[in-house]
Design a binder for this molecule. Structure first.
Ligand code: G1P
Length: 287
């Protein structure tokens, strides 16, 4: 079984749900406690053994590139002030030189199209996809849990979670056969079905391990839900030719793509931090 070494981060979205915050700043740079969303997912990928980080980016997103580069003036100043710990903290999560790769999605044609834009960089090997507006709070990083499942069953593995039936039209939804409580066998995938048409209430969370054959299906550029080129539709075409599983991960999913979810994520992640938790709890109680 081929090792998953590469991860694709679709980061070209306009972030219209966060205007005006995202007028001049990428939504992936919005901050949960003290680090941007994109850093959480890159760290998650790194913890899962990913070696190559592929950003599918777009116009106005250059601060993402700066974030994963050395900041010479800052580091020079910290060094002159003997801020050794701060310097170490800045370096700890940086991928090695030459391991972050950027390409652009030239038009907003959907998630499937964004992933397809990375096809030449991924090549003919399995890869991960991580959507930065979803964070998972867990002991073992979500993608690492999925790597464990992939090591057993290979093929395609999707992070999944149960959602209320009336929310199926917000997600990709799985049709399933076997279900052992954690791992489910996928027999179908539908993007954002109405609750009345949804084959289950198991949704796709923004973490995927995929076989490169998905690029062939994406290259047909067929339009799906919302008239977009959907990753879900291309994945569905691999069912039957590759093992295909969903995995109910251990952890708490936070949808940071809208204001309420983003605020809740800030609270949840801050409450995990020893230096913040007690005072924050106090404040929340008073509030
Ligand atoms: C995308 C996918 C969907 C998935 C969701 C998870 O939708 O198309 O299948 O369930 O991410 O957040 P989006 O949120 O981009 O509309």
């Amino acid at each position: 079984m081929d090792t998953v070494r590469k991860a694709v981060f679709p980061v070209a979205g306009l972030g219209t749900r966060f205007l005006p915050a995202t007028k001049a700043m990428p939504k992936e740079m919005l901050t949960i406690v003290d680090r941007p969303l994109i850093q959480y997912v890159v760290e998650e990928a790194k913890a899962a053994g990913i070696e190559e980080f592929i950003f599918v980016t777009g116009r106005g997103k250059s601060s993402l590139e700066d974030h994963f580069d050395m900041a010479y003036e800052l580091e020079d100043t910290l060094s002159k002030r003997d801020k050794v710990q701060q310097l170490e903290d800045l370096h700890a999560w940086l991928p090695d030189a030459g391991h972050v790769i950027y390409t652009r999605q030239q038009a907003p044609l959907g998630l499937g199209h964004a992933v397809w834009c990375a096809r030449h960089i991924v090549g003919n090997e399995p890869f991960a996809v991580l959507l930065p507006d979803e964070l998972v709070l867990s002991d073992t990083p979500c993608l690492k849990q999925m790597m464990g499942v992939y090591a057993q069953v290979g093929g395609n593995v999707l992070a999944t979670m149960d959602v209320p039936k009336d929310q199926t039209n917000r997600y990709g939804i799985l049709a399933i056969a076997k279900d052992d409580g954690r791992k489910v066998e996928v027999t179908g995938l539908v993007e954002k079905p109405d609750p009345s048409d949804a084959p289950s209430n198991l949704s796709i969370t923004g973490r995927y391990i995929l076989q490169p054959e998905v690029f062939g299906h994406l290259s047909k550029k067929e339009r799906g839900a919302g008239n977009e080129i959907q990753l879900t539709d291309a994945m569905a075409k691999m069912i039957g030719s590759h093992p295909f599983h969903g995995y109910r991960f251990d952890g708490e999913r936070h949808d940071c793509g809208h204001a309420l979810g983003f605020l809740k994520a800030n609270m949840a992640f801050a409450l995990q931090r020893d230096e913040l938790a007690a005072d924050l709890k106090e404040f929340l109680k008073d509030l």
